[in-house]
Write a protein that binds this ligand. Sequence first.
Ligand SMILES: Cc1cc2nc3c(=O)[nH]c(=O)nc-3n(C[C@H](O)[C@H](O)[C@H](O)COP(=O)(O)OP(=O)(O)OC[C@H]3O[C@@H](n4cnc5c(N)ncnc54)[C@H](O)[C@@H]3O)c2cc1C
Length: 501
Amino acid sequence: MDSLWINSTYNIDNFETLNEDLDTDICIIGAGIFGITCAYYLSKLGFKVVVLEKDTIGKKTTGNTTGKITSLHGLFYDYLISSYGEKFAKDYLYANEEAIKNIKDIIDKENIKCDFEYQNNYVYTTSNDEVRAIKKEVQAVNSLDFNCEYVTKCGLPFDISGAICFKNQAQFNPLKYLFGLCDCIEACGNKIYTNSTAFDVKVDGDYYLTYVSDYVVKSKYVIMASHYPFINFPGLYFTKMYQSTSYVIAIDPKKSLFSGMYINFTNPIFSYRTAKYMGKNLLLIAGADHKTGQSGAFMDTYGILENEARKFYPNCDILFSWNTRDCISLDKIPYVGSYSTSMPNMFIGTGFKKWGMTLSNVAANIIVDKICKKPNRYDYVFYSNRLKPVKNIDEFKNVLVQSTNSLVINKIKHVNTNFDDIKNNSGGIIEINGQKVGIYKDDDGKVFAVKPICTHLGCLLSWNDVDKTWDCPCHGSRFDFRGKNLYEPAFKDLEVFDLEN
Ligand SMILES: Cc1cc2nc3c(=O)[nH]c(=O)nc-3n(C[C@H](O)[C@H](O)[C@H](O)COP(=O)(O)OP(=O)(O)OC[C@H]3O[C@@H](n4cnc5c(N)ncnc54)[C@H](O)[C@@H]3O)c2cc1C
């Protein structure tokens, strides 16, 4: 189902598809919040910018977020101080605090109506055993000369054991904000092309050539704002990140709601915020995280959120439910800067780890400063070509093991599902003449058959019965049951089999 944000935005398909070769200063690939924020700042500075979007504007991660604008990214600052020192942690914090102000300044300057509201943001626990971790985080944040509070009461409809609270954080409708920025970009004379997939970028002397079906965009700079870089080499980002999916429901609680934004920090994760929709005040509940490609059943995903909602709002109506995923780097710090040292004028911003509302603004400012040859004080925190020792060894092993399993072992593994065992409205992988075939049967038993091998790096796909999609357990690409590519890093569709012939 489409998200609350997509349902409350009307001009979503109003853009042209690229139909000519173009010459520009900067080519931006991807029209999510990162790409569009870069395009906004660069347009305002007078650069010629072309934005290429594979789908429609903001329909991917940004259109399915929860839209909290905050520098409180779970319990993070104690980890940052102990891993990288106080200066580093302070710069991460202040970069994100500046981003909140930048977003508000843009909204005011451009008069964007996007339901922006200041709110307190809390990370809470209901377990006495976890209070110590919260108090440690409060101490860590205060040591960075930033005021935060430890509280034992908040607006949630249940008791908490303790929480850290950041004041003057915010929430908004992310797509209304995005379309406000798009209007500004077009008012500066720049163009955004939708349904225009970039499938390659090549170096041509001092320029880059971006290929989109029959057309080429020539530019001095490229910003790969595709969420997950879709070019594998030489950047090798697929070895340094994984994708994690979360689910969201929006309910009409049928009774009055609290204020504030909330999230806990151990499983099961629940995140809460309110949102306005057609005169109603809705409650968003998000969580049920899992690595993309390893999805569970309905009861492990939306079911958990619905149960939680009904505990406190038994008569609620569930109006929207949706999910999306974000990239998480192994050290939990985004990658912002040049794609690789050998391609210095091609930039990326990725690994926003489910806090991309502020982090995309931080990233856009760093990239814009690079293009303008201006120093940026936060640049070093997010340095994209870093070679730090991996501290998160467990996660590193996970990424390697899963990639190897799917690339090698799963491909030679015998498949034990039979065609007849696959129920209607479900899918699975069978073997026909020694070849693996991905089968989906619709409600009427009509069969859709695809080659279940990811078009990114050849991993064996798995069936996602909640969304009726084929998902890649290695790097998180996703395809619909007809084989159409939905999510990167893959950008090509799956091969389709005609079983009748
Ligand atoms: C469930 C969930 C809740 C979240 N909640 C919050 C929150 O409350 N606060 C917060 O700060 N962050 C949150 N996040 C994170 C945040 O939503 C993301 O970090 C952010 O939206 C990422 O933006 P993006 O522009 O990088 O990616 P996207 O929005 O995915 O944009 C990338 C665009 O690139 C396009 N593209 C890809 N490949 C190509 C290609 N080859 N050619 C052309 N175009 C291409 C895609 O179609 C897409 O439109 C959440 C994430 C999840 C998963």
